[in-house]
Design a protein around this ligand. Structure first.
Ligand code: ZN
Length: 434
């Protein structure tokens, strides 16, 4: 039996989304105070979005605490109202996995991961399993516990209820980031009735018999309340198209990608950087770094590098960094749906860029966003993700797109945005000097 040691006095964090985040367990308090978790204060939740929505300065630290708080509330609701029996180490598993699910995020989140082919899930697992602070604390609670928490993030843990609360189509991660990102960007799209959604969630009444069936959700909805979840799915759809895929944010991400590309190309041609911070050199050269090295990187670290690189003798790298620091982003134009026509425009643009002295390799990019708000079945194909379902009085499950015409239409096909072409603003008669 493993017991969660209670703090002498409850600790709280004031939070704009949930009012208060409540910490009762010594284990959670110790994890929050590790350098690995504190680093998340220095990683923005929405990467480059602050260039478009200036309020979006909130961090992965805020979001991680929010996900923990929602997990704490859901587990307590399941135990109080549905007599779900959980041992202390199962509660700890849920709380720790919620708190630590994003601990491996890189600076600028997805933008840098994309540019350097890194995956934050893999780094989260490495940090949980082998960092000095976090893994030691987890394993002191229960031998092998770090590995257990990490396996929840990898969807490899036998406790599928906890896993689905962290990562499914109705999970506490999404619930927190939709509300939080809407609040900090200042928009209304992401709002939904969180209290109602939490109240209508319940564990599947035959959890034991369905626990290994990927087609059956482990958490189901009280039938009378499914409209609240319909609203949650619509919120997600709107946040993706209005905020996460905003073309100006994408433009900043394109620029960041080009900086890394140029830096990598220079490093591979034995260029000597006048400024370099360890471990960035190892990362751009070999893509192999240790957990300790990875944890040294945060957004202040990267901003320092970009700032110093404005003075590099390589004109392309210094120009790209100047653009990023001063928000002189590439402009975008929407390409026509006709593929031939779109190709012709791109070829012409490449020629124009060359005439103006820009290398299209570093100054041109096409990009199209795509997402499906809710996954059920591929057309005529198998189930692709565990669906969301309501449960009636006879314990029959009804998949939500059979209840809601809105969810049905959102789930029917992948929404694909227009293809955008990103290039620097080209002024008349201006030729870029080399
Ligand atoms: Zn998250």
């Amino acid at each position: 039996m493993y017991r969660l040691v209670k703090l002498k006095e409850e600790k709280v964090f004031k939070d704009p989304i949930h009012g208060y985040i409540h910490i009762n367990d010594q284990l959670i308090w110790d994890l929050i105070n590790t350098p690995e978790f504190q680093r998340l204060r220095r990683i923005r939740q929405l990467g480059m979005t602050y260039f478009t929505f200036h309020g979006a300065e909130h961090s992965r630290f805020n979001h991680s605490l929010g996900v923990y708080e929602l997990m704490r509330r859901v587990l307590s609701h399941f135990r109080r109202n549905y007599a779900l029996e959980l041992q202390d180490d199962e509660v700890a598993l849920g709380l720790c996995a919620a708190l630590l699910h994003d601990v491996g995020h890189a600076p600028f989140s997805h933008s840098m991961e994309h540019a350097l082919h890194m995956k934050h899930e893999i780094w989260s697992r490495k940090i949980i399993e082998s960092s000095n602070g976090i893994s030691t604390i987890l394993n002191a609670f229960k031998p092998g516990f770090a590995k257990e928490v990490s396996s929840v993030i990898a969807n490899e843990h036998p406790n599928k209820l906890i896993e689905s609360l962290i990562s499914s189509q109705l999970d506490v991660d999404r619930m927190d980031y939709l509300l939080r990102d809407a609040y900090y960007t200042g928009v209304n799209y992401g709002n939904f009735d969180l209290e109602r959604v939490l109240r209508i969630m319940r564990p599947h009444p035959k959890l034991e018999s369905i626990k290994n069936d990927p087609n059956t959700p482990k958490v189901v909805l009280k039938f009378s309340g499914w409209h609240a979840v319909e609203d949650f799915i619509v919120s997600r759809y709107q946040m993706f198209w209005q905020i996460y895929f905003h073309p100006v944010t994408r433009s900043a991400e394109v620029l960041l990608g080009k900086i890394f590309k140029r830096a990598q190309d220079l490093a591979r041609s034995n260029y000597t950087f006048s400024f370099m911070l360890e471990p960035l050199d190892d990362l751009i050269m070999n893509n192999v770094i240790t957990v300790e090295q990875y944890l040294r990187m945060d957004e202040s670290f990267m901003q320092t590098v970009f700032y110093q690189w404005m003075d590099e003798k390589d004109v392309v790298l210094s120009d790209l960094c100047r653009r990023l620091i001063n928000r002189d982003l590439f402009k975008y134009q929407v390409l026509p749906a006709d593929e031939k026509e779109s190709k012709r425009i791109c070829i012409e643009m490449e020629q124009l860029l060359r005439q103006k002295g820009f290398d299209p390799e570093y100054y041109m990019e096409t990009d199209y966003p795509k997402d499906t708000a809710y996954h059920v079945y591929e057309v005529n194909g198998p189930l692709i993700k565990t669906p969301i379902a309501a449960i009636d009085n006879q314990d029959h499950l009804i998949e939500i797109s059979n209840l809601s015409v809105i969810v049905k239409s959102l789930g029917e096909k992948k929404s694909v945005g227009a293809t955008n072409l990103y290039v620097p603003e080209l002024k008349n008669n201006e030729v870029y000097e080399r």
